[in-house]
Structures are given as C-alpha cells and as structure tokens.
Design a protein around this ligand. Sequence first.
Ligand code: ZN
Length: 254
Amino acid sequence: MRRGSWRVRILIGLAIVAFAFVRRCSNQEENPYTGRTQNINMTAEQEIAIGLQSAPEMAQQHGGLYPDERMQALVDAVGNKLVQKSLARETPYPYEFHLLADDKTINAFALPGGQIFITYALFSQLNEPQLAGVLGHEIGHVIGRHSAERIAESNFWQTLATGASVGGDMGNLVAGIGQNTLLKNGRGDELESDELGVLFMIQSGYDPYEMIAVMEILKAAAGPNRVPEFQSTHPDPENRIDKIKEAIQQYSGR
Ligand SMILES: [Zn+2]
C-alpha cells in the first residue's frame, strides 16, 4: 500500500512537471521588436492593465509624484521624444513617464505596459541626454517585455516545484534553481535594456556616449559602502559599460 502510494505520487509529480514543460513550449513567442524568443503567457493588453493598476501604488511608495510640474514636463518631453523618434512608436504600449518626489533613493524602473518612473534623487543628477539614457533604458524593459517574461518564468518554476514536491520532496531544491535562473535572466534584461536605450538615444539625436556617463553617475552614487537601490537590482555598471560601447559601435558605427 505504501509502495503503491509512492508510485502514484511520482506519477502525479511527473505529470505536473510534464505539464510545466508543455505549457512553457506553447508559451514561446518571438518578440517582434527585439527578435528574441521568450516565454510569455500574457497579452500586451494584460501588461498595460497590470502597469496601470500598479502605478499609483508605486508612486505612493516613493513619496508620491514630484510637486513641480515644470520638472515633470521636462521628463515628459524627453520621454515622448524618445518614443516618437524610435521603434517604441510602433509598439502597442501607451508610455507614461512619472517623476517621483523621492529625493534620497537613486532609482528608475518600469512597470509592464509602459508606466515608467524616475526618482527626483536620480533625475537631479542628470543632464538631458543622460535623462534620455535612463528613460531609454526603461523603455527597453517595456519593449523587451521583461516583467511579463519574469512572471511566466516564475509560474513555470512554481509548477515545476509543485511537481517535484509531490513526486519526491524536492520542491526546495528546484525552487532554488528557479530563483537563480530568475536572477540570471535579470542580468540579461539589463544588458538588453542598455542596448535598446543606446539605440533609442541615437534614433532621437542624443549622444549615446552619455549612457556611459549615466553608468559613472550610478557608480559614484554607490560610494564605497552604500549600494543604491538602482544598483542592487542592476548589474555592475563597469561590466555594462563594455557592452554599451559595443552597442554604440553597432548602431552608430563610431
Ligand atoms: Zn534596468
């Protein structure tokens, strides 16, 4: 009886694991803007809905929006210029750029579907081309569909962990592998966003070398001990600079 129940558990576990892999294969699609094949299990409309729904809470967590509308207008102008002059214009996302009141945390981020944020702490350290670099990078996260990809990836690993825990109490082990994979993907996301950011800067008439200046600013902001939030979720600026130089050469031949 006991041996029999083990067999059933393993079979159910294997079935769940097989289901996870089949679903992962059926979720594969090529991103028309980056040409990269990704696992996605939501539509652009769903991404936009998630972004719009989460945006007010995100703003609240960073002390709300920056009160001076002239500064917000500058962020809008640079963001909209990037969208209008680049391939972002052809994507289905309604881009919105929000200047956050937070003057302590150096950070910028994008929600799926086009909601983009930059803190005043980071904004106040940038000139216009550098602001374009940061916003271009964040538009890159949207077009690269990185959040949606992360959600699909996390669903896959959850299902796999469920299957493994039913089949043989290995859930923790598999969940561990899953988390590492998520982090590794995160790094690829950043490099892809840097590359897209460089492309958008060139297409919009900004000097792409200012993206390297952005990396230097992030590095300086980190200081000897302090790790700003932007950097904790973003890989070492030094490694990114080499890739940015490659992208500049690729897109502008300089
Ligand atoms: Zn990023």
